[in-house]
Write a protein that binds this ligand. Sequence first.
Ligand SMILES: *Cc1c(COP(=O)(O)O)cnc(C)c1O
Length: 363
Amino acid sequence: MIPVNKSYLPPMEEYNTYLEKIWESAWLTNNGQMVRQLEHDLKEYLGVKHLFFTTNGTIVLQMAIKALNLSQKIITTPFSYVATTSAILWENCTPVFVDIDPQTCCIDPNKIEAAITEETEAIMATHVYGIPCDLEAIQEIAEKHGLKVIYDAAHAFGVNYKGESVLKYGDFSTVSFHATKLFHTIEGGAIITDDDDLARAIDLSRSFGHKGDDHFALGINAKNSEYHAAMGLCNLPRVPEFIRKRKALTEAYDEWLKPLPIFRPIVPDEVSYNYSYYPIFFENEKTLLKVKQNLEDNGIFARRYFYPSLNELPYVKGESCPVSEKLARTALCLPFYYDLTMEEAALVAKQLKAAMASANGNS
Ligand SMILES: *Cc1c(COP(=O)(O)O)cnc(C)c1O
């Protein structure tokens, strides 16, 4: 059986050395030593000013909306994981969907201005599969119209643009350290900003809005534990190795799948990419469904990611976004993880070719 994803686990002895320290100190959570160490190491690795380690990569989207005092319309992408849209709705704001660029799968900056009204307060965009949005175009539009920018960078850990982390862009960037992501802390996430006042607001809101007996602002519980930080401390030094391995797998898949009538998203120039997923797009949904089933019958599990296009969620009244809808119906992410061997990847490619031949043969 080849799963679509498998979490990386460091050598158990290494994690145990952290566990022993936790047992000695009996300090399990609340801004412990390992949480502070991980935040320090993450800031250094990413070259960012303020970073707060949190319980997951969804609550940080909500905290960003709260910290920016947003209450009306937020322009957003329909091609993302559901958390991007649900964070907007959960904070009682209204998502306004703008269609995507078919090459990068990120929000199309050329379509943003037409969607701006009096009520528009912000843009929340996702760096899809780790491919950065058009950062400069979005910044220019935001400045021109006085909009805030939040990047859901859940896929973009370790991605650089023009030599700097993409997490430096926007009023806030957020990341997820969920077990399925490139760098993980089992569950976890972080929120990043350059702005000192916003950083102070996040520091407070992450921990109930108070320091000792002094209560300053409305808060929530979004802090993470020493156990999760310990996993991060084990995994962080391995990130360059994770990216190297994924690059090699990507190049192998690219070579093997070259003859097939599939489309791959395009990583723009000046991006140092993290190879976080291996998505392919079929010509139509019928082929995708047949191929996915054929792979499953042969013990290979691929995932429809992202599906559906978020403007088509049953609890959303979304604008039509034909590009996103088409891509969401035809996108499939192939098995892709650190422990995947070249032999297994070759097997996936071979079965995919056979599945496509048979799908086109009896369609
Ligand atoms: C994983 C993911 C999230 C949510 O992160 P969690 O840590 O699982 O809450 C949000 N947005 C995108 C694009 C994601 O892929």
